[in-house]
Design a protein around this ligand. Structure first.
Ligand SMILES: [Zn+2]
Ligand SMILES: [Zn+2]
Length: 177
């Protein structure tokens, strides 16, 4: 996801450029973020005063583990992003520029290229919910034998609330005395 923005950096503020995002495969050096299949989307780059405002979206499919039944499944995600990119070098003079004092900005490198990979990676991480379920009504695993309750009930005795049964025997004892 690398785009050359030399022309755009020479253009007047407000000029914009659009491009399709078409990645056969998107890989990140991160164990808990695995994507499956291609990533397709669209990006818009706009010349602003100090650099570029880049926004867009990408559709990906992420491999996830169900929070309840621990099964692996693929979750399609529609991810949007919007980031500022600042030049590290003046596009006309080639003079290195001081780093931006703004936080969370991405660099336009000294070949006048932007790489969207990190911005997209961060957007995907934000799009992944805290609780990931293989299906909304996933029955999960039996807490005692580990049986996948989506496949039907197991042979374990139904759970008895221990506090309730303690109360029950207490009441029974009182009736006896
Ligand atoms: Zn599940
Ligand atoms: Zn069980």
């Amino acid at each position: 996801m690398i785009y050359n923005v030399a022309q755009l950096m020479k253009s007047t503020v407000g000029t914009s450029l659009t491009a399709d995002i078409q990645e056969e495969e998107l890989q990140f050096n991160e164990e808990d973020l695995r994507l499956v299949g291609p990533a397709n989307g669209h990006v818009r780059m706009r010349r602003i005063n100090q650099g570029l405002l880049i926004d867009g979206w990408v559709d990906v499919s992420a491999e996830m583990t169900c929070t309840r039944c621990l099964k692996q499944f693929n979750q399609p995600l529609h991810v949007t992003f919007e980031e500022h990119f600042y030049p590290t070098m003046d596009v006309i003079t080639g003079v290195p520029l001081p780093p931006s004092d703004e936080e969370d900005v991405f660099p336009i490198d000294d070949h006048h290229q932007v790489d969207l990979t990190e911005a997209v990676r961060q957007a995907i991480l934000l799009a992944i919910p805290m609780v990931t379920l293989c299906k909304e009504d996933c029955a999960g695993l039996c807490a005692r034998c580990g049986h996948d309750l989506n496949l039907g009930p197991c042979n374990c005795e139904p759970e008895v609330d221990t506090r309730l049964s303690a109360l029950k025997s207490l009441l029974q004892n009182e009736q006896l005395s």
